[in-house]
Design a protein. Structure first.
Length: 182
């Protein structure tokens, strides 16, 4: 979306050009089509960053986002019960306090990762072993933010790559592979 300092002069120019073009049209039908066409063109031009940014966000999600396991976690036997079931796993994922001596859970957000058209943030969630410090697995996602000036024409809030009902299943599969659960 155009910045607030450019939007009002742009809107005024669009209305003047549309009015002049419609006045020069010879028939009422032609005036109507010229007016509709020019207003649609100027509206689309003002939102070209949203359109191209949305395409860029989908491409980043398809090419770079995902759940990655580089190496399974090796944890001491005291974190498992007699049947071999992990005591550190809860229904909401791993207990980070119980795993703190062995693993570090890091979250990183890179603001304006691809600042060509739309504000796109890169989110990285990593599980890192403490000794030696090695990245064992990570989840990469991207959030696209709406235009700054008129967000009501655009998206209501940021939307990410994994906003589907399948996301919870992907998290569980990732945790199963990362912690070598059966």
């Amino acid at each position: 979306m155009l910045s607030p300092t450019l939007f009002l002069p742009y809107l005024l120019l669009a209305l003047v050009v549309t009015a002049v073009a419609a006045r020069r049209a010879k028939t009422p039908a032609r005036k109507r089509w010229i007016t509709i066409g020019l207003l649609a063109f100027f509206f689309a031009f003002a939102h070209v960053d949203d359109i191209l940014g949305g395409i860029q966000h989908k491409w980043l999600c398809r090419e770079e986002a995902g759940f990655f396991v580089y190496k399974s976690v090796k944890l001491p036997p005291e974190l498992y019960d007699a049947n071999g079931k992990p005591r550190f796993m809860t229904d909401r994922g791993p207990n980070k306090q119980m795993l703190a001596p062995y693993l570090d859970f890091r979250t990183k957000v890179i603001r304006d990762h691809a600042n060509l058209f739309l504000k796109i943030d890169k989110h990285i969630f990593q599980v890192v072993s403490r000794d030696p410090e090695t990245i064992l697995g990570e989840i990469v996602s991207f959030s696209a933010w709406p235009s700054e000036f008129i967000p009501s024409f655009s998206h209501v809030g940021a939307y990410g790559c994994l906003n589907t009902p399948e996301e919870l299943r992907l998290w569980h599969e990732w945790e199963s592979r990362l912690f070598a659960l059966k």
